[in-house]
Ligand binder design. Sequence first.
Ligand SMILES: [Zn+2]
Ligand SMILES: [Zn+2]
Length: 238
Amino acid sequence: MANLSDAKTFLLDLIFPIACLACGEEGAYLCPACRSAIPIYPPACFVCKKLVPQNRHTPAGRTCASCRKKSLIYASFSPFPYGHPAIRNAIHHLKYRRARGIAPVLAELLRSSLVFHQVALPKNALLIPIPLHKSRERVRGFNQSRLIAQEYAHGLQQTLHTDILHKTKKTAPQMELLREARLTNLAGAFTVSDANVISNRTCILIDDVKTTGTTMEEAARALKNAGAGKIWAITVAR
Ligand SMILES: [Zn+2]
Ligand SMILES: [Zn+2]
C-alpha cells in the first residue's frame, strides 16, 4: 500500500465493496459483461440528432447544415444513453453519493467510445469542463464535470482549463424545470474571466449529461462573446 490515500481506499472498499452499477457483481463499478452491453450512439447533430456523415471537410458530430443557424455548437459527441441503468447509476453515484472513483470509469468509457466511432477531436484545443456555481460546488465538494475532464485529459494533446469559464449566476437544476423555463434559466449564467487565453482558440466543453443542450449553448455563448473560435460539446450521456 503506497500511501495513506490507498490505505483509505482499501478500508472503504472493505466497508462498501465496489460493485457493478448495473448487475451488482462485486469487484468493479462496471463488470466486463455489463460494460460491453452498453449501447454507444454514433456522433450526430447537436440539435436534431441527425447523423452527419464525416468527410475530409466535415468532422464526425458536426452540427448539420440546417441547425447551424440556431446553435453555437460546431460539433458534439454524447455517446451513451442516460436511460441505460449502468450509465444513469454511474452518474447518479458520482454526483449524489460522491463516489469519485466513478469519474475515471466514465472518462475511460468516453475515450473508448471516441475510438469506437473514430471521432477525432481537434488537436491543441482547450478542454473546458462546465463549471458549477461556487455555492453548489461547496455543497457537493467537487464538480463532477471537472473530475471527468481531468481523468479524460490524462496524456492528451488538449490542455485542461478550469479557471476560465465560471458559473456566476445561481440557477435551478435544469432537470427540475419545464421546457420554457429551461431556456431562460441559464441566460447569462456563465462568464469568462480571461478572454486572452481563449481568443480564436477551439474549445471543447465537457459535461456529464446533455439534457436540452441549453447549458452547452449558454456556455458556448459566453466563450464566443469573449472571442473563442469553434466550440465542441462533449458529454458522457444524453
Ligand atoms: Zn455487471
Ligand atoms: Zn441538425
